[in-house]
Design a protein around this ligand. Structure first.
Ligand code: UGA
Length: 447
């Protein structure tokens, strides 16, 4: 098939390269000329395991192309995916302006009928509105064809997006016509050989499924974080509770980790968007609001714990391990580590932070004076460099090499043996035996 993917963010780029990998001819279109130039030279703008090689290989094999020009890309296209961003507006609603700009362009330039598919996370009813927006342009051009828009939400996780795309738990297709259903079924068949779970439903249901899935996952995390908070006060270890409840097959073990709050470009934005949608329909969303509130408290928790143990933070040196919102990515959007960083710097602390891949993004995001004045020092090659003379080590992202570090070396480097374990990756008893003060999340064991 000839496929056009509009938007080269992480969803667009991963989808495009995986379709190319299956032998399709794929053109990626993006208005960001710098990004397109970089992609043509084989520079991948995001850190995603396996993506570099896949993009470069398919580009070299002439199956994957990059352009800023939508019009020529649409010649003979069979399927056109919309995968542009839908960031949060100031009031929490999803900002769908980019989606509708693409819709207008498609209406202006599509030379013939094709299957248009929306992959961006969009409010319920957007596929219908996009179809109308395209239709209005087609009418003005007085062409003889119409276009139907399908919804195909994406469930990729950053850090394992290629794996998720190649072997999905399920594919959801929301369509209003059999042609789109058939084309998408054919397109996805090779990805579903092991797990033939392709769910066909209405477009609104597909759009809602995406929000409901992220909201449910965020709810599990906030629920566990609330249980962790209570456990701390009750002298209970949340890790034992996690195993105790996860072993119930109705609950399951996934997404039950208490920590320093969820971040990233999806959960915070999507929970807010759903709250906004509910409000617009006059429905208070008690649960989602609580999910969001708990997350706000949780993200502030690392700073609170540091203060509890160190008193004033003015002039203190703090080592911070992990800046990305989760391991396997350089994405720092809404990362708990960034919030901690900001609070520490405001409190007059000096932060020495290590992350294997996210330092560049942090350096480009934070005020330059933080780095110029040495309030923030970033390390990307050696986590131990960040520790020297620090009064505490805070772990905000559970990168694998943090799991079993050299505690003897850490003890000689840290000025005070205080470890704030924001992801509960260390065993409190072993830490105590090694001479550390270990502060986890919800690890209120009676000693
Ligand atoms: C999430 C969903 O998991 C994907 O299915 C979805 O496609 C994607 O959003 C999206 O909407 O595009 P992602 O944002 O990559 O994927 O990250 P997750 O692995 O879901 O983690 C989100 C946050 O929750 C991270 O900050 C993580 O540390 C935190 N988390 C996760 C916990 O605190 N506890 C857990 O048990 C699991």
């Amino acid at each position: 098939m000839r496929i056009v993917v509009i938007g080269t963010g992480y969803v667009g780029l991963v989808s495009a390269s995986c379709f190319a990998e299956m032998g399709h001819h794929v053109i990626c279109v993006d208005t960001n000329a710098e990004r397109i130039a970089q992609l043509r030279q084989g520079h991948i703008p995001i850190h995603e395991p396996g993506l570099d090689a896949m993009v470069r290989n398919n580009h070299q094999q002439s199956r994957l192309h990059f352009t800023t020009e939508l019009r020529p890309a649409l010649a003979n296209v069979d399927v056109c995916f919309i995968a542009v961003g839908t960031p949060s507006s100031a009031d929490g609603a999803a900002d769908t302006r980019q989606v509708f700009m693409v819709a207008e362009d498609l209406g202006r330039y599509l030379p013939a009928a094709c299957v248009v598919v929306n992959k961006s996370t969009v409010p319920v009813g957007t596929a219908e509105r996009v179809e109308r927006a395209i239709g209005e342009q087609l009418q003005q051009r007085q062409v003889s064809f119409t276009v139907s828009v399908a919804s195909n939400p994406e469930f990729l996780r950053e850090g394992c997006a290629i794996e998720d795309f190649m072997r999905p738990d399920r594919i959801i297709i929301g369509t209003a016509d059999t042609r789109s259903t058939q084309v998408l079924q054919t397109l996805y068949a090779p990805f579903l050989r092991k797990n033939p779970r392709l769910l066909v439903m209405g477009r609104r249901e597909a759009e809602m499924s995406k929000y409901a899935a992220n909201a449910m996952l965020a709810t599990r995390i906030s629920f566990m974080n609330e249980m962790a908070c209570l456990s701390e006060s009750l002298g209970v270890d949340i890790e034992s509770v996690r195993l105790g409840i996860g072993s119930d097959s109705r609950i399951g073990y996934d997404f039950l980790y208490a920590g320093c709050g969820y971040g990233g470009s999806c959960f915070p934005k999507d929970v807010r968007a759903l709250i906004h949608t509910a409000q617009r329909h006059g429905l208070p969303s008690h649960i989602l609001q609580a999910v969001e509130e708990r997350n706000t408290i949780q993200k502030a928790g690392l700073f609170v714990k540091l203060k509890q143990h160190l008193g004033t933070l003015e002039g203190r040196r703090i080592a911070l391990w992990g800046l990305a919102f989760k391991p396997g990515t350089d994405d720092i959007r809404e990362a708990p580590a960034l919030q901690l960083l900001e609070s520490l710097i405001q409190a007059g602390a000096q932060v020495h932070a290590y992350d294997p891949v996210a330092c560049d993004n942090v350096a480009h995001t934070v005020p330059t004076q933080w780095i110029d004045s040495a309030q923030l020092t970033l390390y990307a090659s050696d986590p131990y460099q960040a520790l020297e003379g620090a009064q505490a080590l805070v772990v905000a992202t559970e990168w694998k090499p943090f799991r079993q570090p050299d505690w003897k070396r850490i003890a000689t480097l840290l000025q005070t043996p205080l470890v704030i374990d924001g992801r509960n990756i260390y065993d409190p008893q072993t830490m105590r035996e090694n001479g550390f003060t270990h502060v986890g999340i919800g690890r209120g064991m009676q000693s």
